[in-house]
Design a protein around this ligand. Structure first.
Ligand code: UT7
Length: 329
């Protein structure tokens, strides 16, 4: 029998816009206040891309940094996948745009639509591609400029979201490292809780759709919150069980950054000290699928995530979807 390959993360990178939008800035835009936003969400500020910029700008930078960290050239990459709900345009894919900009001449490329869970879906696919020998190096990227689909007249959503991108290079790793287990899921019956109604084939862009503000993200916060708390716990438990591990084995939890209260619920459920949970929500808000790779990249660069550590990444989002991955870094 062929020996199983050990597949894992060879390098990570991230990129966020320089422009900062603080809670105090938002106080001037809608009926909200810093105290409400901080206590209900944990967010103090978020990054917003400049006019004329697009998702591929940040994904390209994040991928370049991941390649640099891994010491691999762009033309060695076999596959690029970009998890996004704000692609540069409907098509061509942001993956193809990034492939060109990186000079990844032999890479296939595509976009992946699983909202905030997209990065975890991508990791699982990349693991399969490398395991099966179809690819040696896969760039798994996530990037969103959520500011482009945020309604800055809707206080219940506009305080939450920010822009950014993160990426990892996936490939074969040495003994004692690599992915141990994945858990992915979807419950399409909850799609209505988090969606953008127009811009697709159901409601193409029209003057009416624009006037009705249907090109902005809409969310039922409380329904999403309830789902999120359950999904985070359930998916984390599943990856631990599949890998034959216990909660005490977790060195680092890298959760989707949607709300500090959701992260805290997970932290307490698994009995983890604060220093074992990566939190970036105070400075970036919710950056959709890129929140996990940005948090992971920062933890690696700050030395909080070390080689051999057991990291559990877990997230949830529109679809509804959820996912988790357990990996020895
Ligand atoms: O990655 C995507 C996944 N998204 C999420 O995971 C989001 C999950 N949901 C949440 O994080 C929370 O539900 C929110 C942060 C969105 C909202 O927090 P909440 O504690 O569920 O608040 P709520 O919706 O129950 O609203 C409470 C009150 C309401 O006022 P009344 O009806 O009690 O008078 C809202 O109108 O807070 C009001 N409110 C605000 N007040 C000040 C809602 N948004 C704001 C605001 N500033 N920005």
């Amino acid at each position: 029998m062929q020996e199983q390959k050990r597949v894992g993360i060879l390098g990570s990178g991230s990129a966020v816009p320089e422009r900062v939008l603080t809670n105090f800035d938002l106080e001037k835009m809608v009926d909200t206040n810093d105290e409400w936003i901080v206590t209900r969400t944990g967010i103090r500020e978020r990054r917003i891309a400049g006019d004329g910029e697009s998702t591929s700008d940040y994904v390209t930078k994040a991928c370049q940094r991941a390649l640099e960290a891994a010491g691999v050239q762009a033309d060695q990459v076999d596959m690029i996948m970009v998890a996004t709900v704000t692609p540069d345009m409907m098509f061509p894919s942001t993956g193809s745009i990034v492939q060109d900009r990186l000079g990844a001449s032999k890479a296939a490329a595509f976009d992946l639509s699983a909202a905030c869970s997209g990065f975890l879906y991508g990791l699982s696919l990349a693991n399969g591609l490398v395991q099966s020998g179809q690819a040696k190096y896969v760039l798994v990227a996530a990037g969103d400029l959520l500011s482009r689909i945020t309604d800055y007249e809707d206080r219940s959503t506009c305080v939450l979201f920010g822009d950014g991108a993160g990426a990892v290079l996936v490939g074969e790793v040495e003994e004692g490292r690599g992915f141990l287990s994945f858990d992915l899921g979807s419950d399409g019956s909850g799609g209505k809780y988090l969606h953008m109604p127009a811009g697709g084939s159901k409601i193409p862009a029209s003057q009416e759709s624009v006037a009705q503000r249907q090109h902005f993200l809409r969310m039922e916060g409380q329904e999403t919150f309830k789902f999120a708390v359950k999904a985070m716990a359930g998916s984390t438990e599943k990856v631990l069980a599949k890998a034959g591990l216990d909660r005490e084995d977790i060195d680092l939890l890298v959760p989707h950054q949607a709300n500090i209260r959701i992260i805290e619920a997970a932290r307490k459920r698994f009995g983890l000290d604060e220093d074992k949970v990566v939190v970036t929500i105070h400075k970036y808000g919710n950056t959709s699928a890129s929140s996990i790779p940005i948090a992971l990249d920062e933890a690696i660069r700050e030395g909080r995530a070390k080689a051999g550590d057991l990291a559990v990444m877990v997230g949830f989002g529109g679809g509804l979807t959820w996912g988790a991955a357990a990996v020895r870094l």
